[in-house]
Design a protein around this ligand. Sequence first.
Ligand code: DOR
Length: 436
Amino acid sequence: MTQLLIRHAQILLPNGQFLLGDVLTQDGKILEVASEIAATDLSNIIDATGLTLLPGVIDPQVHFREPGLEHKEDLFTATCACAKGGVTSFLEMPNTRPLTTTQAALDDKLHRASQKCLVNYGFFIGATPDNLPDLLTANPTCGIKIFMGSAHGALLVSREAELEPIFAKGSRLIAVHAEDQARILQRRQEFSGITNPAIHSQIQDEDAALNATKLALKLSNKYQRRLHILHLSTGVEAEFLRDNKPNWVTAEVTPQHLLLNTEAYDKIGTLAQMNPPLRSPENNTILWQALLDGVIDFIATDHAPHTLEEKAKGYPNSPSGMPGVETSLPLMLTQAKLGRCSVSQVANWMSTAVAKAYKIPNKGLIKPGYDADLVLVDLENYSPVKREDLQTKCGWSPFEGWELTGWPIVTIVGGEVVYEGGKLNTEVRGKPLRFE
Ligand code: DOR
């Protein structure tokens, strides 16, 4: 029997209120939450005076690059970054090499994860125009990922005639990267020769995003199919969803699309390049409002590391994507401290609502019987994002220099301390997530 007692924390309760008290975990589960729990002969006690205890972050969209692209990141380095960022579970995307489009590739990832991941893991199965049988039977998976645009090799299903059978057959969640590939290709030609990375936001423009979101929603409505719209980037999509989102559809937004915009190209060049691209500042405001109003359900980082050498190739040869797992929680908690939202809303968007949407049992709340995946954060002190502190193999962040609060002090996975006071416990291993 392994126990851990966290004492004197500001504990976020399931009703959104805070309790100054203690949490006892046993064998990976939360056993008790109370204003005072008597310490018996426990050796594992964490004094959390002055700290806030939140459910561990569940990041529902990451690209961890293993297998095949380990020069950018691997499951070990990525989950060291997770532990440091308070991310205790993740859902990973299929654009690795080989692509995760078969049961064999999924099994290989699950095996690698069991050996290397410091936090809990789940994987998407990727759709191609011709792997419907795999999509129907793959197990365990959090869902089907469709790249409607911004292709990765065979991971492109863009035409309605190819998309329709995937929506028509089966019932598992479909998550879409909604960008209109035909429009992107046409605009790439129109703007060819331009090397200022800011052109990226015009090539893969708002209409490209809106067209694809509308098409995905049309097919979801036709078959009443569970749909999740990944990394919503535009105000027009958010407003469209406000009027047209059925209750079986969810949407997410990234901290990048909430907090960065096209002005970032002047400051950080191709490091600001991602898909779907950053938008104008007005979009930040509309996305925030949609999140506050519940039109957008939760937050994902789209952690997509590329090396600085790759980013230095210059547009359009520079790859799209930014790392995010070790800054997302402090970024959002800093926004809460600024009064833009509450701490309990942040925990809902980054944990509770994700567990609910993906039907991950016993996660996302601090409640007896739930898994002891927890993060203690410091909401009093501020410190900057520094390149030298980062665990991600790519070694950079678009938020370098940002003064943030809410940095994780202790991260706990399955009742085990995986990160404490700046140190990782690399012996800890996460578990495969279940999806009901
Ligand atoms: O910017 C992005 N990069 N967006 C994606 O959806 C994929 C990702 C990557 O894997 O690099």
